[in-house]
Design a protein around this ligand. Structure first.
Ligand SMILES: *[C@@H]1O[C@H](CO)[C@@H](O)[C@H](O)[C@H]1NC(C)=O
Ligand SMILES: *[C@@H]1O[C@H](CO)[C@@H](O)[C@H](O)[C@H]1NC(C)=O
Ligand SMILES: *[C@@H]1O[C@H](CO)[C@@H](O)[C@H](O)[C@H]1NC(C)=O
Ligand SMILES: *[C@@H]1O[C@H](CO)[C@@H](O)[C@H](O)[C@H]1NC(C)=O
Ligand SMILES: *[C@@H]1O[C@H](CO)[C@@H](O)[C@H](O)[C@H]1NC(C)=O
Length: 369
């Protein structure tokens, strides 16, 4: 039998109906223009669909400096006679070595604002399971002028996929103020975001940016002040190179958010001349928790392709809408749909030319008609 290569290797293609109707044509053209604008201008260019983005990792080093001269006799000190809405305590003028505890903490930073100093003793041997420390005397003190301490924030970011690494000193940065504006600070003490100068902020400024007033009511007990109970703040450092079209421009933005409904305290025990005699410091503190985050983008052809292709799905939808309009809603719908759909005769209703013997019989019957 002769093999009909033309029919075996036939090329199947789709037949297209051209509906000569400017309403449909204009509508479809509008859809296409809008979709192309959306995909190319908005998704690919404006939204930077050609980038693959990653979140950078980083590390933080902080250090605390005490002020050169303390503001003495503040309103919360016992010695001060002005009215203060909360309990006044004695003030101590501790320097950074005594205020910052614990040290060497690389996710956070803690500066004490109040301490309960207890002298504890046990007059028994600690090998005895019933032996307990008792508190001989205890005193509550404020660590005066904690707002004037300065914090140096030395931060480094690294984006593993795009191999971008920078220290904060090399980048320009900003801090979000209370109104959500990005500002740089270039003062004698406070510096944020100036290239070539490390970021330094007074603790008072940090609290101000976080919306915390140390002499306002505490978040866990409103009959105490925040200075008395302590507080926790998140310091987000957000790195980005996707804010402009130049991927080599990297900036960072600090934003400081207070954590509601919490105070902060941390205990510290200092052993004196023997283990049975110790000082117990219960420190209430301002705790900063640093979180480095952001988006670092690099060009990626795969991402671009994905952006474009996902937009093409919209073209199918637009065609569907115009088709439905043409065959269901326009006055000429009958004639349009008769062109669009080529209907065969219904074999069921007409003279039965086939029984259930299958296709061969059908073709045979047709040929012998
Ligand atoms: C108490 O206040 C007076 C002045 O009001 C001051 O001279 C004195 O040094 C203060 N004492 C302490 C312990 O701060
Ligand atoms: C030992 O401690 C108890 C309190 O726990 C006290 O009553 C007692 O006087 C102390 N003894 C001496 C020798 O200090
Ligand atoms: C308790 O403290 C007082 C002074 O603060 C001191 O005189 C006394 O010796 C202390 N008692 C003990 C058992 O250490
Ligand atoms: C920051 O301030 C210093 C002196 O106060 C000045 O020399 C420097 O140009 C300033 N930098 C910026 C970026 O404003
Ligand atoms: C709040 O603080 C006051 C004064 O320190 C204390 O008397 C009170 O028991 C505290 N309230 C709570 C719920 O802890």
């Amino acid at each position: 039998m002769l093999i009909d290569w033309d029919s075996i290797l036939a090329y199947n293609t789709i037949k297209i109906v051209r509906i000569r109707d400017k309403r449909l044509g204009i509508l479809h053209l509008c859809f296409i223009v809008i979709i192309v604008l959306y995909v190319v201008v908005y998704s690919a260019i404006y939204k930077k669909g050609y980038l693959s983005t990653e979140e950078p990792v980083g590390s933080i080093r902080t250090s605390l400096w005490s002020p050169n001269t303390f503001k003495a006799n503040q309103v919360y000190c016992k010695n001060n006679t002005e009215p203060y809405p909360y309990k006044k305590l004695e003030c101590v003028y501790y320097d950074d070595a005594l205020v910052g505890y614990p040290i060497g903490d690389d996710v956070g930073f803690t500066a004490s604002s109040r301490m309960k100093i207890s002298e504890q003793k046990s007059n028994c041997s600690l090998t005895d399971p019933t032996c307990k420390f008792y508190t001989n005397s205890s005193v509550n003190v404020y660590l005066a002028d904690i707002e004037s301490f300065t914090v140096l924030i030395d931060h480094t970011m690294y984006a593993p996929l795009s191999q971008i690494q920078f220290n904060g000193d090399d980048l320009s940065g900003y801090i979000l103020d209370q109104n959500g504006n990005e500002i740089q600070i270039n003062e004698t003490v406070n510096v944020i975001g100036i290239e070539g100068r490390p970021d330094v902020l007074e603790l008072g400024k940090i609290l101000e940016f976080g919306g915390i007033d140390l002499d306002g009511p505490s978040m866990i007990n409103s009959s105490n002040s925040i200075r008395y109970d302590g507080c926790v703040l998140f310091v987000f450092i957000e790195y980005s190179n996707t804010f402009s079209y130049d991927l080599n421009k990297i900036k960072y933005v600090y934003s400081i958010k207070k954590v509601d409904d919490t105070g902060y305290d941390i205990p510290e025990a200092i052993i004196l001349d023997n283990p049975n005699s110790r000082l117990y410091y219960k420190r209430h503190a301002i705790r900063l928790i640093f979180i480095q985050t952001g988006l670092i983008g690099s060009f990626n052809f795969q991402s671009l392709l994905l952006t474009l292709v996902s937009g093409l799905g919209l073209l199918t939808v637009s065609t569907l809408i115009v088709d439905q309009l043409a065959i269901r809603f326009l006055p000429q719908r009958k004639s349009y749909s008769s062109f669009k759909f080529q209907t065969t005769e219904s074999f069921k209703m007409k003279k039965r030319i086939v029984n259930d013997d299958g296709e061969d019989k059908l073709y045979h019957n047709i040929e012998t008609l």
